[in-house]
Design a protein around this ligand. Structure first.
Ligand code: NAD
Length: 461
């Protein structure tokens, strides 16, 4: 029997029990949302950044109402299994993004003027029109919120489609924000990939997308028909390089936090530790101890570190990669353990992995860190770069040596003796197949608009 794609049946990953079914948006619903966004676009574009920011800020404040914020956090937990305390943190982070984004949008929208030979040229970044924001499930509020805020602040109206794994979270977030905005400025449609594809078929001017490389490629193909502008934030396979002389306690603590946090379902999770042989055993032992200390369980319990994986399919994907690697000679340094009800998996450290293995080449998106042993910094760099991914990376070691390695890594965001950071207005950016276009930072904001130049003759001074 083919599944009914007109209805979503999300599942609570902590129990495996289905939530009540939710009707998908029909093709007519999608068309109506795009049409509403199209009608609302000219006035929203004319409003200017300040006026838009004032309205958006009201919506963001509404999301911070204690009851709303708590309901949103509970929804995140019940749809994708993140521990409740982390879900609360996610909602708070989403709200905190507003002020810096508004500041950067104002800077990005400010016209610049160039003069040469009696000609004055003004460059002004104009809104594109209607933006589709299509989101993933791993940070179902914080991640789409980045793209929704950027699109809106830069003067576009938005049709948002949350992941089919987290539809009620997406609806709750967008409906509350939309209440503060003029009609049609922010609409939400729900459904799976076919609903996302339908938004593109209806003709939008920008697709701001976070998700897998495979879907990013499908969007890029669909966008070719109209040369639709794209900002694509895609998957990662982040390496952590550990050099001799590194603070191994810190390196292992970082690998555990960034490899197992959110049950590894983080685009910039540490998935591969590439460790110099002189420190490999000591690093691995620390990482194993950290993995074994994590409490996996009910995400609604206060002392839970890691909840379940978000879906049965995700658990099966992770387990299949692990089993194939073990069959090909990798060693499980902690127990390979999955249990139910729900989609639980214990954090796992695998060593003796080879570069050719699927678990080294393809995104895992689960609580697994592989440890590869290398003989030199050169070999570490070569291995780190030998994938199609290039999102984040980190290097732990003596400062100068770590910095030298960092300069050679093919990743958009690199951390030296720490994780990567998009602080202080830096872009959130992927290299190679991990991204196309980018968001955040003043430059990132400009990608949510189109520069237009206006030239006129001026009297020479
Ligand atoms: P996914 O690609 O399966 O789905 C993402 C969204 O795309 C969903 O809303 C889905 O319904 C929609 N979609 C699917 N097919 C479509 C199509 N043909 N046209 C339009 N929309 C379509 O990704 P996911 O499993 O939800 O999320 C996990 C992935 O997201 C991982 O690869 C992860 O690394 C990545 N991610 C990246 C970042 C980043 O900042 N780079 C952040 C978070 C997650």
């Amino acid at each position: 029997m083919t599944p009914d794609v007109s209805v979503l049946t999300p599942v609570d990953p902590a129990t495996g029990r289905p939530h009540p079914p939710l009707p998908c948006s029909s093709a007519e619903d999608v068309a109506a949302a795009v049409e509403r966004a199209r009608r609302a676009a000219p006035a929203w574009a004319r409003a200017g950044v300040r006026e838009r920011a004032t309205l958006i800020e009201r919506g963001i404040a509404a999301l911070g109402h204690p009851e709303t914020a708590e309901a949103l956090a509970a929804s995140i937990t019940s749809e994708m299994g993140k521990p409740l305390a982390k879900a609360r943190g996610e909602v708070a982070v989403a709200r905190s993004r507003f002020a810096p984004y508004a500041e950067r949008a104002e800077a990005a929208a400010r016209p610049t003027v160039a003069r040469e030979g009696g000609v004055e040229v003004e460059v002004r970044v104009c809104p594109l029109g209607v933006a589709a924001v299509i989101g993933p499930w791993n940070f179902p509020v914080a991640t789409p919120n980045n793209l929704v805020l950027s699109s809106l602040l830069m003067g576009n109206t938005v049709v948002f489609k949350p992941s089919e794994v987290t539809p009620r979270t997406g609806l709750a977030y967008a409906e509350r924000l939309a209440e503060a905005l003029p009609a049609g400025v922010l609409s939400v449609v729900v459904g799976g990939g076919e609903v996302g594809a339908e938004i593109l078929r209806r003709g939008v001017d920008l697709v701001a997308f976070t998700g897998s490389i495979r879907t990013g490629q499908a969007i890029m193909r669909a966008a070719a028909d109209r040369m639709t502008r794209l900002v694509l934030e895609l998957g990662g396979k982040d390496p952590l390089v550990v050099l001799p002389g590194a603070d191994l306690d810190r390196a292992a603590a970082f690998a555990a936090a960034q490899g197992f946090g959110n049950s590894g379902q983080v685009c910039v999770a540490v998935e591969r530790a590439i460790v110099h042989r002189d420190v490999a055993d000591a690093f691995r032992d620390r990482l194993v101890a950290a993995a074994e200390a994590l409490r996996v369980g009910d995400p609604r319990e206060a002392d839970t570190d890691l909840g379940p994986l978000a879906t049965a399919a995700q658990r099966d994907h992770v387990l299949a990669q692990v089993e194939a690697a073990v069959a090909a000679g990798a060693r499980a340094c902690t127990a390979v353990r999955c249990w139910g009800p729900g989609f639980y998996m214990a954090p796992l450290v695998l060593d003796r992995v080879e570069p050719s293995m699927g678990i080294v080449q393809e995104e895992t998106f689960g609580p697994v860190v592989t440890v590869e042993t290398v003989a030199s910094a050169d070999e570490a760099v070569a291995r780190a770069n030998a994938t199609r991914y290039g999102l984040g990376a980190s290097v732990f070691g003596p400062d100068e040596e770590a910095a030298a390695v960092a300069r050679r890594l093919e990743a958009g965001m690199v951390g030296i003796n720490r994780g990567l950071s998009a602080a202080a207005g830096a872009p959130w950016v992927g290299w190679k197949m991990s991204g196309y276009g980018y968001a955040r930072s003043v430059e990132g904001m400009r990608q949510f608009g189109v520069p237009r130049t206006t030239a006129r003759d001026v009297a020479e001074a």
